[in-house]
Design a binder for this molecule. Structure first.
Ligand code: MN
Length: 248
């Protein structure tokens, strides 16, 4: 039995190939009866509230995720910086359990910390300030109280603003800060940290035996992390689809 991790799929109707790949991927996970699938944030490019569940491709995504429940695969969904508004209706429709900003699991005997990754980019002070504002319960409440069409317009405007500001920011600011990584792993006594967000897939092994795995996004590399008793393997989704049953 395997446990799978993905993040930063950024599914959107403008990218139908990725949506099709996601549907194939989920069907294969269900067929192989994996133990669990963890989606560590930014599953979709925008989730503007649970009443956004009818917009394409959200409806298709919910249908795909719901099929995991019937197959007995545990589904865990974390919030990304694009999709932090999942609520009770999403949970009821998909059978997902929502992850908090930091979640600790026992991954085949290894104490493992899961997070989206944006909280670890502590050099980006402006972003951290922005995050605190938009994640505040009052902001969420006020935002969700507005009509969906208005939220869609705001999201569109913010998206073009984000792309422009990311172009201006230098490279180092967009990555995690190692001192923050060390501090959070110590706080949760984790030997392994799995996150996404930075779109810099890698396995970092530290001198003290800790490991940090950065998941790949689904823009070009469509990554999946496959874990079992034997350890962790970072694969392309296309390779996962074709794995022989004994390794899957
Ligand atoms: Mn992200």
């Amino acid at each position: 039995m395997t446990t799978l991790f993905v993040s930063d799929l950024h599914l959107a109707s403008a990218r139908p190939a990725q949506l099709a790949l996601f549907q194939q991927f989920v069907a294969r996970v269900a067929q192989r009866r994996a133990r669990a699938l963890y989606i560590l944030g930014d599953l979709v490019d925008a989730w503007l509230g649970d009443d956004d569940d009818g917009s394409p491709p959200n409806r298709e995504i919910i249908a795909a995720l719901a099929s995991l429940r019937a197959a007995g695969v545990e589904l865990h969904v974390g919030h990304g910086n694009r999709d932090f508004l999942y609520g009770p209706r999403f949970v009821a429709a998909t059978g997902a359990r929502l992850l908090s900003d930091y979640a600790v699991i026992d991954l085949y005997g290894t104490t493992t910390l899961l997070t989206h990754g944006d909280l670890l980019c502590t050099r980006d002070v402006k972003y951290q300030r922005f995050r605190r504002v938009v994640r505040h319960p009052l902001t969420r409440h006020a935002f969700l109280a507005t009509p969906l069409a208005w939220r869609q317009r705001i999201a569109q405007r913010t998206r073009s603003g984000t792309v422009a500001s990311m172009r201006r920011k230098d490279d180092a600011i967009m990555d995690v800060e190692e001192s923050s990584v060390a501090a959070i792993m110590a706080r949760y006594q984790a030997r392994l940290l799995i996150h996404g967000h930075t779109h810099r897939p890698a396995i970092h092994d530290y001198a003290d035996g800790r490991r940090r795995i950065v998941l790949g996004d689904w823009y070009e590399r469509d990554g999946v992390l496959v874990c079992d008793d034997a350890g962790q393997r970072a694969l392309r989704v296309s390779d996962y689809l074709h794995l022989p049953a004994v390794q899957a």
